[in-house]
Design a protein. Sequence first.
Length: 358
Amino acid sequence: MNRERETGGFLKKYPGVKIGIIALILLLVVGVSSAFTVEKEVQVNFEGKVYTANGKLLESLEEVLIANDLPVSDEYKYSTPLTTLFKDVIDVTIEEKVSGKILVDGKTISYLSGGATVGDVLEENGVKPDEDDKVEPGSNSPLTEKTGDIKVTRISYVESTGIKDVPMKATIVENPELPAGTRIVVQVGQNGKANKKEKIRYENGVEVSREVITCEVIMPAVEEIIEVGPSTTIVMPEAVEVTSVTGNVNVEKSATGDGSTSINQESGFKGSMVVSATAYTATGNNTASGTVPQSGRTIATWGGIPFGTQVYIPALGGIYTVEDRGGAVGYGIIDIYMDSEEACEAWGRQNIEIYFVE
Protein backbone atom coordinates (compact mmCIF):
# COMPACT_ATOMS: atom_id res chain seq x y z
CA MET A 1 0.00 0.00 0.00
CA ASN A 2 2.74 2.38 0.87
CA ARG A 3 4.59 1.51 -2.37
CA GLU A 4 1.46 2.34 -4.43
CA ARG A 5 1.13 5.65 -2.67
CA GLU A 6 4.80 6.35 -3.32
CA THR A 7 4.42 5.56 -7.04
CA GLY A 8 1.27 7.68 -7.36
CA GLY A 9 2.97 10.43 -5.49
CA PHE A 10 5.97 10.23 -7.76
CA LEU A 11 3.83 10.60 -10.89
CA LYS A 12 1.93 13.50 -9.34
CA LYS A 13 5.16 15.13 -8.33
CA TYR A 14 6.68 14.59 -11.80
CA PRO A 15 3.79 14.75 -14.34
CA GLY A 16 6.26 14.89 -17.27
CA VAL A 17 7.31 11.30 -16.62
CA LYS A 18 3.72 10.14 -16.80
CA ILE A 19 3.22 11.91 -20.10
CA GLY A 20 6.44 10.34 -21.47
CA ILE A 21 5.34 6.81 -20.56
CA ILE A 22 1.97 7.34 -22.18
CA ALA A 23 3.64 8.70 -25.30
CA LEU A 24 5.98 5.73 -25.49
CA ILE A 25 3.10 3.27 -25.22
CA LEU A 26 1.19 5.10 -27.93
CA LEU A 27 4.29 5.09 -30.13
CA LEU A 28 4.67 1.34 -29.75
CA VAL A 29 1.02 0.76 -30.54
CA VAL A 30 1.21 2.96 -33.60
CA GLY A 31 4.47 1.30 -34.73
CA VAL A 32 3.08 -2.20 -34.47
CA SER A 33 -0.11 -1.17 -36.23
CA SER A 34 1.92 0.50 -38.97
CA ALA A 35 3.99 -2.62 -39.48
CA PHE A 36 0.81 -4.50 -40.32
CA THR A 37 -0.46 -1.80 -42.67
CA VAL A 38 2.56 -0.04 -44.17
CA GLU A 39 3.65 -1.44 -47.54
CA LYS A 40 6.90 -1.49 -49.49
CA GLU A 41 7.99 -2.45 -52.99
CA VAL A 42 10.76 -4.77 -54.15
CA GLN A 43 12.01 -5.76 -57.59
CA VAL A 44 11.45 -9.39 -58.62
CA ASN A 45 13.46 -10.88 -61.51
CA PHE A 46 11.59 -13.72 -63.21
CA GLU A 47 12.01 -15.24 -66.69
CA GLY A 48 14.16 -12.35 -67.87
CA LYS A 49 11.68 -9.69 -66.79
CA VAL A 50 11.55 -7.37 -63.77
CA TYR A 51 8.33 -7.16 -61.76
CA THR A 52 7.39 -4.89 -58.86
CA ALA A 53 5.93 -6.68 -55.87
CA ASN A 54 3.98 -4.73 -53.21
CA GLY A 55 3.46 -6.11 -49.74
CA LYS A 56 3.08 -5.36 -46.06
CA LEU A 57 6.18 -5.35 -43.90
CA LEU A 58 5.22 -8.26 -41.65
CA GLU A 59 3.96 -10.51 -44.43
CA SER A 60 6.17 -13.35 -45.58
CA LEU A 61 7.78 -13.24 -48.98
CA GLU A 62 5.62 -16.20 -49.99
CA GLU A 63 2.42 -14.28 -49.12
CA VAL A 64 3.58 -11.25 -51.08
CA LEU A 65 4.51 -13.24 -54.18
CA ILE A 66 1.14 -15.01 -54.18
CA ALA A 67 -0.67 -11.68 -53.76
CA ASN A 68 1.24 -10.28 -56.74
CA ASP A 69 0.52 -13.31 -58.99
CA LEU A 70 4.13 -14.41 -59.01
CA PRO A 71 4.97 -18.16 -58.87
CA VAL A 72 5.37 -20.01 -55.60
CA SER A 73 6.22 -23.64 -56.34
CA ASP A 74 8.74 -26.41 -55.69
CA GLU A 75 9.70 -26.12 -59.34
CA TYR A 76 11.48 -22.82 -58.65
CA LYS A 77 14.34 -21.64 -56.49
CA TYR A 78 14.36 -18.24 -54.77
CA SER A 79 17.32 -16.00 -53.95
CA THR A 80 15.61 -15.16 -50.63
CA PRO A 81 13.83 -17.83 -48.53
CA LEU A 82 10.04 -17.71 -48.87
CA THR A 83 9.65 -17.52 -45.08
CA THR A 84 11.57 -14.21 -44.88
CA LEU A 85 9.53 -11.24 -43.59
CA PHE A 86 8.94 -8.79 -46.39
CA LYS A 87 10.46 -5.95 -44.39
CA ASP A 88 13.84 -7.75 -44.66
CA VAL A 89 13.62 -8.42 -48.42
CA ILE A 90 15.74 -6.24 -50.70
CA ASP A 91 15.16 -7.90 -54.07
CA VAL A 92 14.23 -11.37 -55.32
CA THR A 93 15.33 -13.58 -58.21
CA ILE A 94 13.13 -16.52 -59.19
CA GLU A 95 14.66 -19.28 -61.34
CA GLU A 96 13.46 -22.67 -62.53
CA LYS A 97 15.13 -25.59 -60.81
CA VAL A 98 17.32 -27.86 -62.93
CA SER A 99 16.04 -31.34 -63.81
CA GLY A 100 17.78 -34.46 -65.04
CA LYS A 101 18.74 -37.97 -64.06
CA ILE A 102 21.37 -39.54 -61.81
CA LEU A 103 22.80 -42.82 -63.14
CA VAL A 104 24.24 -44.78 -60.21
CA ASP A 105 24.47 -48.38 -59.00
CA GLY A 106 22.42 -49.65 -61.94
CA LYS A 107 19.56 -47.29 -61.08
CA THR A 108 18.19 -44.12 -62.63
CA ILE A 109 17.13 -41.39 -60.20
CA SER A 110 15.23 -38.35 -61.49
CA TYR A 111 16.18 -35.08 -59.82
CA LEU A 112 14.75 -31.55 -59.59
CA SER A 113 17.22 -29.29 -57.82
CA GLY A 114 17.94 -25.71 -56.99
CA GLY A 115 21.44 -26.55 -55.78
CA ALA A 116 24.51 -24.68 -56.90
CA THR A 117 26.67 -27.68 -57.86
CA VAL A 118 26.43 -31.29 -59.03
CA GLY A 119 27.55 -32.30 -55.54
CA ASP A 120 24.48 -30.55 -54.09
CA VAL A 121 22.22 -32.67 -56.31
CA LEU A 122 23.90 -35.89 -55.21
CA GLU A 123 23.59 -34.92 -51.53
CA GLU A 124 19.92 -34.01 -51.95
CA ASN A 125 19.24 -37.44 -53.41
CA GLY A 126 21.25 -39.42 -50.86
CA VAL A 127 24.00 -40.42 -53.29
CA LYS A 128 27.40 -40.48 -51.58
CA PRO A 129 30.33 -41.10 -53.94
CA ASP A 130 33.45 -42.59 -52.38
CA GLU A 131 36.79 -40.88 -52.76
CA ASP A 132 37.79 -43.10 -55.71
CA ASP A 133 34.42 -42.93 -57.48
CA LYS A 134 34.13 -41.01 -60.74
CA VAL A 135 31.41 -38.35 -61.06
CA GLU A 136 30.59 -36.88 -64.48
CA PRO A 137 30.26 -33.89 -64.54
CA GLY A 138 32.49 -33.39 -61.49
CA SER A 139 30.96 -32.80 -58.06
CA ASN A 140 32.18 -29.19 -58.03
CA SER A 141 30.74 -28.40 -61.47
CA PRO A 142 28.10 -25.63 -61.45
CA LEU A 143 24.55 -26.93 -61.84
CA THR A 144 22.95 -25.43 -64.96
CA GLU A 145 20.17 -26.35 -67.36
CA LYS A 146 22.87 -27.87 -69.59
CA THR A 147 24.08 -30.29 -66.88
CA GLY A 148 21.67 -33.05 -67.88
CA ASP A 149 22.40 -36.57 -66.66
CA ILE A 150 24.87 -37.09 -63.82
CA LYS A 151 26.80 -40.36 -63.99
CA VAL A 152 28.41 -41.91 -60.92
CA THR A 153 30.87 -44.73 -61.65
CA ARG A 154 31.82 -46.83 -58.65
CA ILE A 155 35.59 -47.47 -58.62
CA SER A 156 37.21 -50.23 -56.59
CA TYR A 157 40.62 -51.88 -56.49
CA VAL A 158 41.62 -55.46 -55.66
CA GLU A 159 45.13 -56.85 -55.32
CA SER A 160 45.64 -60.32 -56.80
CA THR A 161 48.64 -62.63 -56.52
CA GLY A 162 49.09 -65.85 -58.50
CA ILE A 163 50.76 -67.74 -61.31
CA LYS A 164 50.01 -65.96 -64.59
CA ASP A 165 50.81 -66.58 -68.24
CA VAL A 166 53.54 -64.56 -69.95
CA PRO A 167 52.48 -64.24 -73.62
CA MET A 168 54.84 -65.44 -76.33
CA LYS A 169 56.04 -63.14 -79.09
CA ALA A 170 56.95 -63.91 -82.69
CA THR A 171 59.51 -62.98 -85.32
CA ILE A 172 58.71 -63.64 -89.00
CA VAL A 173 61.53 -63.73 -91.54
CA GLU A 174 61.41 -64.11 -95.33
CA ASN A 175 63.56 -66.96 -96.65
CA PRO A 176 64.08 -66.60 -100.43
CA GLU A 177 65.04 -70.26 -100.70
CA LEU A 178 61.58 -71.42 -99.61
CA PRO A 179 58.73 -71.70 -102.13
CA ALA A 180 56.21 -68.85 -102.06
CA GLY A 181 53.39 -69.47 -99.64
CA THR A 182 55.28 -71.93 -97.46
CA ARG A 183 56.47 -71.56 -93.88
CA ILE A 184 58.85 -73.35 -91.53
CA VAL A 185 58.88 -72.98 -87.75
CA VAL A 186 62.51 -72.51 -86.75
CA GLN A 187 61.67 -72.12 -83.07
CA VAL A 188 58.39 -73.17 -81.52
CA GLY A 189 56.88 -70.47 -79.34
CA GLN A 190 55.42 -71.08 -75.92
CA ASN A 191 53.81 -68.94 -73.24
CA GLY A 192 55.82 -68.55 -70.07
CA LYS A 193 54.78 -68.45 -66.41
CA ALA A 194 55.32 -65.79 -63.77
CA ASN A 195 54.25 -65.14 -60.22
CA LYS A 196 52.55 -61.76 -60.48
CA LYS A 197 51.08 -59.38 -57.95
CA GLU A 198 48.58 -57.12 -59.70
CA LYS A 199 46.33 -54.23 -58.81
CA ILE A 200 43.01 -54.69 -60.60
CA ARG A 201 40.70 -51.74 -61.24
CA TYR A 202 36.94 -52.31 -61.40
CA GLU A 203 34.33 -49.86 -62.65
CA ASN A 204 30.80 -50.72 -61.53
CA GLY A 205 32.01 -54.23 -60.79
CA VAL A 206 33.60 -54.77 -64.23
CA GLU A 207 37.35 -55.18 -64.59
CA VAL A 208 38.84 -52.43 -66.77
CA SER A 209 42.58 -52.56 -66.16
CA ARG A 210 45.42 -54.32 -64.40
CA GLU A 211 48.65 -52.89 -63.06
CA VAL A 212 51.53 -55.26 -62.38
CA ILE A 213 53.08 -54.45 -59.00
CA THR A 214 55.66 -57.24 -58.88
CA CYS A 215 56.55 -60.02 -61.36
CA GLU A 216 58.79 -63.01 -60.68
CA VAL A 217 59.39 -65.07 -63.84
CA ILE A 218 59.12 -68.80 -63.18
CA MET A 219 59.40 -70.01 -66.79
CA PRO A 220 60.28 -67.48 -69.50
CA ALA A 221 58.18 -67.30 -72.65
CA VAL A 222 59.74 -68.80 -75.78
CA GLU A 223 59.70 -66.63 -78.87
CA GLU A 224 58.14 -68.08 -82.02
CA ILE A 225 60.49 -67.78 -85.03
CA ILE A 226 58.95 -68.49 -88.41
CA GLU A 227 60.60 -68.47 -91.85
CA VAL A 228 58.33 -68.01 -94.88
CA GLY A 229 58.71 -68.01 -98.62
CA PRO A 230 58.59 -64.73 -100.61
CA SER A 231 55.24 -62.92 -101.01
CA THR A 232 53.65 -65.08 -98.33
CA THR A 233 50.65 -64.05 -96.23
CA ILE A 234 50.72 -65.45 -92.71
CA VAL A 235 47.86 -65.17 -90.23
CA MET A 236 48.75 -64.74 -86.56
CA PRO A 237 46.42 -64.49 -83.56
CA GLU A 238 46.14 -61.09 -81.89
CA ALA A 239 47.34 -62.66 -78.67
CA VAL A 240 50.80 -63.23 -80.18
CA GLU A 241 52.72 -59.98 -80.62
CA VAL A 242 54.74 -59.98 -83.82
CA THR A 243 57.82 -57.98 -82.87
CA SER A 244 59.70 -58.21 -86.17
CA VAL A 245 58.88 -58.86 -89.84
CA THR A 246 61.68 -59.10 -92.39
CA GLY A 247 61.32 -59.20 -96.18
CA ASN A 248 58.31 -59.38 -98.44
CA VAL A 249 55.85 -60.85 -95.94
CA ASN A 250 52.23 -59.88 -95.28
CA VAL A 251 51.07 -60.48 -91.70
CA GLU A 252 47.36 -60.55 -90.93
CA LYS A 253 45.80 -60.67 -87.47
CA SER A 254 43.01 -63.01 -86.48
CA ALA A 255 40.88 -61.74 -83.59
CA THR A 256 41.26 -63.78 -80.43
CA GLY A 257 37.91 -64.91 -79.09
CA ASP A 258 34.62 -63.05 -79.10
CA GLY A 259 35.27 -60.69 -76.18
CA SER A 260 33.61 -62.96 -73.62
CA THR A 261 34.89 -63.36 -70.07
CA SER A 262 36.29 -66.80 -70.93
CA ILE A 263 39.33 -65.14 -72.50
CA ASN A 264 42.39 -65.48 -70.27
CA GLN A 265 43.44 -61.94 -69.37
CA GLU A 266 47.14 -62.81 -69.35
CA SER A 267 47.60 -65.05 -72.39
CA GLY A 268 44.85 -63.58 -74.56
CA PHE A 269 43.63 -67.08 -75.47
CA LYS A 270 40.61 -69.00 -74.23
CA GLY A 271 42.91 -71.73 -73.03
CA SER A 272 45.71 -74.09 -73.94
CA MET A 273 46.57 -77.76 -73.58
CA VAL A 274 49.19 -80.32 -74.57
CA VAL A 275 47.87 -82.85 -77.09
CA SER A 276 49.13 -85.82 -79.01
CA ALA A 277 49.16 -84.75 -82.68
CA THR A 278 49.04 -87.09 -85.65
CA ALA A 279 48.56 -86.32 -89.35
CA TYR A 280 46.35 -87.56 -92.18
CA THR A 281 45.92 -86.81 -95.87
CA ALA A 282 43.25 -86.92 -98.57
CA THR A 283 40.68 -89.72 -98.48
CA GLY A 284 38.53 -88.41 -101.34
CA ASN A 285 35.81 -87.39 -98.90
CA ASN A 286 34.79 -84.08 -97.44
CA THR A 287 35.33 -83.45 -93.74
CA ALA A 288 32.72 -84.33 -91.11
CA SER A 289 31.65 -80.68 -91.13
CA GLY A 290 31.11 -80.78 -94.92
CA THR A 291 34.13 -78.75 -96.00
CA VAL A 292 36.88 -79.77 -98.38
CA PRO A 293 39.98 -80.41 -96.23
CA GLN A 294 42.88 -78.06 -96.76
CA SER A 295 46.50 -78.26 -95.67
CA GLY A 296 47.43 -75.47 -93.27
CA ARG A 297 43.80 -75.09 -92.17
CA THR A 298 41.98 -78.35 -91.33
CA ILE A 299 42.33 -80.38 -88.17
CA ALA A 300 40.24 -83.16 -86.64
CA THR A 301 39.49 -83.27 -82.91
CA TRP A 302 37.27 -85.13 -80.46
CA GLY A 303 33.59 -84.26 -80.29
CA GLY A 304 33.92 -81.96 -77.29
CA ILE A 305 35.39 -79.21 -79.47
CA PRO A 306 32.79 -77.61 -81.80
CA PHE A 307 33.31 -77.32 -85.54
CA GLY A 308 34.65 -73.90 -86.45
CA THR A 309 36.82 -73.60 -83.34
CA GLN A 310 40.10 -71.93 -84.22
CA VAL A 311 43.33 -73.24 -82.71
CA TYR A 312 46.81 -71.72 -82.87
CA ILE A 313 49.49 -74.39 -83.25
CA PRO A 314 52.94 -72.89 -82.56
CA ALA A 315 54.69 -76.02 -83.86
CA LEU A 316 53.16 -75.29 -87.27
CA GLY A 317 53.19 -71.50 -87.06
CA GLY A 318 49.55 -71.00 -87.95
CA ILE A 319 45.89 -70.94 -87.03
CA TYR A 320 43.89 -74.09 -87.81
CA THR A 321 40.14 -74.73 -87.79
CA VAL A 322 38.34 -77.75 -86.33
CA GLU A 323 36.52 -79.19 -89.35
CA ASP A 324 36.77 -82.96 -88.98
CA ARG A 325 36.45 -85.95 -86.65
CA GLY A 326 38.20 -89.31 -86.62
CA GLY A 327 37.66 -92.78 -85.23
CA ALA A 328 41.06 -92.73 -83.49
CA VAL A 329 40.77 -89.12 -82.41
CA GLY A 330 39.86 -89.32 -78.75
CA TYR A 331 40.22 -86.81 -75.99
CA GLY A 332 43.63 -85.13 -76.02
CA ILE A 333 44.39 -86.17 -79.62
CA ILE A 334 44.26 -84.07 -82.78
CA ASP A 335 44.76 -85.10 -86.41
CA ILE A 336 46.29 -82.50 -88.73
CA TYR A 337 45.45 -82.57 -92.44
CA MET A 338 48.53 -82.50 -94.72
CA ASP A 339 49.07 -82.60 -98.48
CA SER A 340 50.79 -85.98 -98.81
CA GLU A 341 51.60 -89.31 -97.20
CA GLU A 342 55.25 -88.24 -97.10
CA ALA A 343 54.39 -85.14 -95.05
CA CYS A 344 52.30 -87.23 -92.67
CA GLU A 345 55.10 -89.76 -92.19
CA ALA A 346 57.60 -86.95 -91.60
CA TRP A 347 55.34 -85.51 -88.92
CA GLY A 348 54.61 -88.84 -87.24
CA ARG A 349 53.19 -88.36 -83.74
CA GLN A 350 54.23 -85.42 -81.60
CA ASN A 351 53.20 -84.05 -78.26
CA ILE A 352 52.59 -80.35 -78.81
CA GLU A 353 50.91 -77.42 -77.05
CA ILE A 354 47.93 -75.82 -78.75
CA TYR A 355 46.09 -72.57 -77.93
CA PHE A 356 42.37 -72.06 -78.40
CA VAL A 357 41.67 -68.84 -80.26
CA GLU A 358 37.85 -69.09 -80.39
